[in-house]
Ligand binder design. Structure first.
Ligand code: NDP
Length: 284
């Protein structure tokens, strides 16, 4: 079985961004800049935000963290985002979720300018994307497409099943595969006999958010299996996915592990998107 190594793909994409960023700096006198907004003290979120900053800096991009206290009001958060929308030196804005319960993610997503939406998840960005004229594409599904391209897996004509229909992963994933000429079935929690669908598929992308939900018996021989799921407490407290990866060896043609599969590509695509937004705004 070919292991689709997200770390390797990630490293290759990040290397390719370094000369682009250097060129951007030469032409504009500054580096592409990702502003990350975090509200509250959630410790996992603090780690993710620091990782994003370090990842930016390693390839020559600027990243600033805008940390607000838990008791921040919706109006204060909106004002912070508007300030970043209007700041000529900021190219990408990312609001770290989850937000404290009293704040509306929906409202926040309406506030970020689509021209600075590095995650590609504001309703405006999703609208452009679904209309076939994306400003940037949502990070996680676009990261999956980059993995497939890196390993020269052409999805044209394949029967693909996507498990999960969230705005962040499932729906845009189905759209990207459709655009790449796969024939896509989108499954969800109300799908009857899920396994009947996954077993017929040449390519299955699993994003159900259920640890170890699918295994060898759910896939046909030589299927390509992409596991988007991410769970902090699998067997032995290790990070695991929605798929029982160990069962796939000798059965699947190719699969992404967890950790080290789709995860690293989400953040890499965020860097790529920020770079793209910077270049677009600078007219390059
Ligand atoms: P959501 O909870 O928003 O969506 C889950 C989707 O899976 C829903 O559409 C739900 O159906 C469907 N689903 C749930 N249970 C089943 C089931 N038993 N059978 C079939 N479908 C089911 O999750 P996200 O899309 O945000 O994330 C999915 C997973 O991916 C999570 O584990 C998350 O941590 C991970 N993730 C990983 C990322 C990465 O970088 N690797 C990035 C983003 C997410 P319904 O709509 O009917 O409720």
């Amino acid at each position: 079985m070919l292991i689709l190594d997200g770390k390797e793909v990630s490293s290759s994409v990040r290397s390719s961004l370094i000369p682009r960023i250097a060129d951007f700096k030469n032409k504009t006198g500054r580096a592409p800049h990702l502003a990350v907004v975090i509200v509250g003290e959630d410790s996992a979120s603090q780690v993710y935000v620091r990782n994003k900053k370090t990842s930016c800096e390693k390839i020559g991009m600027t990243s600033t963290i805008h940390a607000l206290p838990t008791e921040t009001t919706q109006a204060e958060l909106t004002e912070m985002i508007q300030t970043l929308n209007n700041d000529g030196d900021v190219d990408g804005i990312l609001v770290q979720f989850p937000l404290p319960k009293h704040l509306s993610s929906h409202e926040v997503l309406q506030t970020v300018s689509p021209l600075k939406d590095a995650d590609g998840l504001t309703y405006a960005s999703l609208g452009y994307f679904f209309a076939g004229a994306p400003i940037v594409k949502p990070c996680t599904p676009e990261g999956v497409m980059t993995i497939l391209k890196h390993y020269k897996i052409n999805v044209e004509g394949l029967n693909a099943v996507v498990v999960g229909r969230s705005n962040i992963v499932g729906k845009p994933m189905a759209m990207l595969l459709t655009e790449a000429n796969a024939t896509v079935t989108l499954c969800h929690s109300k799908t009857k006999n899920l396994s009947e669908y996954t077993k017929k598929a040449d390519l299955v992308v699993v994003a159900a958010g259920k640890a170890h939900m699918l295994g060898k018996d759910d896939f046909k021989k030589d299927a390509i299996v992409i596991d988007v799921g991410m769970h902090g407490s699998g067997q032995g407290g290790k990070l695991c996915g929605d798929v029982r990866f160990a069962e796939l060896d000798g059965w699947a043609k190719a699969a992404t592990p967890v950790p080290g599969g789709v995860g690293p590509m989400t953040i890499t695509t965020l860097l790529e998107n920020t770079c793209l937004l910077a270049e677009k705004r600078a007219g390059l």
